[in-house]
Design a protein around this ligand. Structure first.
Ligand code: FES
Length: 533
């Protein structure tokens, strides 16, 4: 107990009294024969509750935005955050309040309770306030991120979403700011906001829990058959038997690379899930691994699209082992000839060249494509549906490449699949380039200063929909990592690609394109209508 004399019974007869003990401001109200004490600063925007209106139910309204608090315990009954209520005693006409600190566990539970309400409503302001309360009370704000994963994981109908991948990247960025709470808070709040966005107003989609014992073959077969019930059941069993991500990672990597899956997302999600578990701890596996399993079962198989069908023949044509040449291969054939030309380039050069030089060449080719993107494709609304490309068609080539570098670096038996899929990106995007765009226009001269400037931009990007800021972030983080290990010329291309992406208009909505394509498609079944394509 830490009792402080705050005022007198008589002084309270004229109205509320504000007691100051820096940094605290506590308002005391006398109601009939009782005195109540709560924090004076409204937790919404900080206006004084001493200026509020008290009703007959002992409920105090903050007159600025109508939040209502119970005087007896500080609970907010309309609005958001609660205020702290203090024990009060009256002795010989003096009013005393107890300023002793609450039990940390009780305090943490209270804050996390408020955080959960903020999460469920996607109330970003309150998310920031509750995270800040955890930090300033020396409680771990990252515990809140684990809770957000737990609350969101079974509301993802199709499993892992960009929110978890972005959370891994926001945490990586947060680690640059260990002594800078404002910037670290932004990173944590962005991660939570994205998870809240993806879970908002979604029902629960429980994961299957019944299965035979986990085995690699059974898991691969279930994913191949797109049997999410069987795959989720196997993952449940694997976790129950004490298997961890590091044991299962090869199975996930293999499943993600078995097909040209989901435009690279599958492998990106495997890699980011691993990062998240390494960062937040194995308690997150129980939520993240079922979600990843479900995602793999629902992943779109681009290799079945005619444009990418050559990948099956390319896999059959792969040499038993890669060659030994370490000199950079010629890019001719890679930068022309579409998907088939790029696939053929990989199978040919794998016979002669080492994997790292081929990876670098494919990475550079994808970076070159991004530098040369003809943004009229992004802006147009009157082209055929298969020309509906935008920045993300290019940035995924780089983020996927980074996932290939990490996952195939760990599991070299997957390299050829990773390279072939990088080639699919190279070949596909060749159709959408503007040959007039010069690298020199976008070259980054001072890399350190540029990346510093980019990070500041990421911390105040101003985009409402988290899917877009997530792509700014993940492309930046991928380039930051890739430039550390690639050839100097490839690094120059990567930075130019990043700069062109970040400094170009990023069209986020295509209503006229969608409207026109809808009329075109639906209209084909009606007489007198002609199609666009
Ligand atoms: S400041 Fe109190 S309700 Fe907004």
């Amino acid at each position: 107990m830490s009792w402080q004399r705050a005022t007198t019974w008589d002084a309270l007869a004229a109205g509320p009294v504000v007691f100051h003990q820096s940094p605290l401001q506590i308002v005391l109200y006398r109601v009939e024969d009782q005195v109540f004490a709560i924090d004076n600063r409204c937790p919404h925007e900080g206006y004084p509750l001493a200026e509020g209106t008290l009703d007959e139910q002992c409920q105090l309204t903050c007159n600025w935005h109508n939040w209502k608090f119970r005087l007896s315990d500080g609970v907010c009954v309309l609005g958001g955050d609660h205020v702290r209520a203090y024990d009060v005693k009256i002795e010989a006409g003096d009013v005393w309040i107890d300023l002793s600190s609450p039990d940390p566990q009780v305090q943490q539970a209270g804050i996390l309770n408020g955080f959960e309400m903020a999460f469920r409503k996607r109330d970003t302001g309150r998310i920031c306030r509750e995270l800040t309360r955890l930090e300033l009370h020396h409680l771990d704000p990252e515990e809140a991120l684990c809770r957000a994963i737990a609350w969101s994981h079974d509301r993802l109908e199709f499993g892992t979403s960009h929110a978890y991948a972005a959370t891994a990247d926001w945490l990586t960025l947060a680690d640059r700011y260990t002594d800078d709470w404002e910037r670290r808070l932004i990173c944590l709040a962005e991660a939570v906001d994205h998870m809240a966005h993806d879970a908002l107003r979604r029902p629960r989609y429980p994961y299957a829990t019944v299965s035979a014992a986990f085995s690699t073959d059974a898991f691969q077969e279930a994913v191949e058959n797109e049997d999410s019930v069987a795959a989720e059941g196997l993952m449940h069993r694997a976790l129950a038997e004490g298997l961890h991500f590091d044991t299962l990672e090869h199975d996930f990597t293999r499943a993600a690379l078995q097909h040209y899956n989901d435009f690279g997302h599958s492998l990106i999600y495997v890699q980011k899930t691993g990062e998240l578990i390494a960062r937040l701890g194995p308690q997150c596996e129980a939520w993240l691994l079922p979600a990843l399993t479900r995602h793999l079962c629902y992943a779109t198989r681009e290799d079945l699209i005619p444009e990418f069908k050559g990948i099956t023949a390319a896999l059959a044509a792969l040499p038993a082992r890669a060659g030994e040449q370490n000199t950079p291969p010629s890019l001719s054939g890679l930068q022309k000839g579409g998907v088939r030309g790029a696939l053929s380039w990989v199978t040919t050069h794998l016979k002669t060249h080492r994997v790292p030089v081929l990876f670098d060449a494919l990475l550079q080719a994808n970076a070159r494509n991004q530098v040369g993107f003809d943004t009229s494709y992004q802006d147009s609304f009157d082209r055929p549906v298969n020309d509906s490309v935008g920045w993300l068609s290019f940035t995924h080539a780089l983020t996927f490449s980074q996932a290939v570098a990490i996952q195939c670096g760990k599991f070299p038996d997957q390299w050829s699949r990773g390279l072939l899929q990088m080639a699919c990106f190279v070949g596909r995007n060749q159709r959408f380039l503007d040959s007039q765009i010069e690298r020199a226009e976008w070259q980054v001269t001072d890399v350190t200063a540029y990346l510093q400037q980019v990070r500041e931009k990421l911390l105040d990007h101003g985009m409402r929909d988290p899917i877009f800021s997530a792509h700014l972030l993940k492309t930046t983080m991928a380039v930051e990592r890739l430039i550390n290990d690639c050839q100097p010329d490839t690094a120059v291309w990567l930075l130019a690609a990043l700069r062109r992406f970040l400094e170009s208009p990023f069209k986020q909505k295509h209503i006229r394109r969608l409207a026109r394509q809808a009329i075109d498609l639906v209209g084909r079944d009606f007489p007198g209508r002609t199609g666009m394509a």
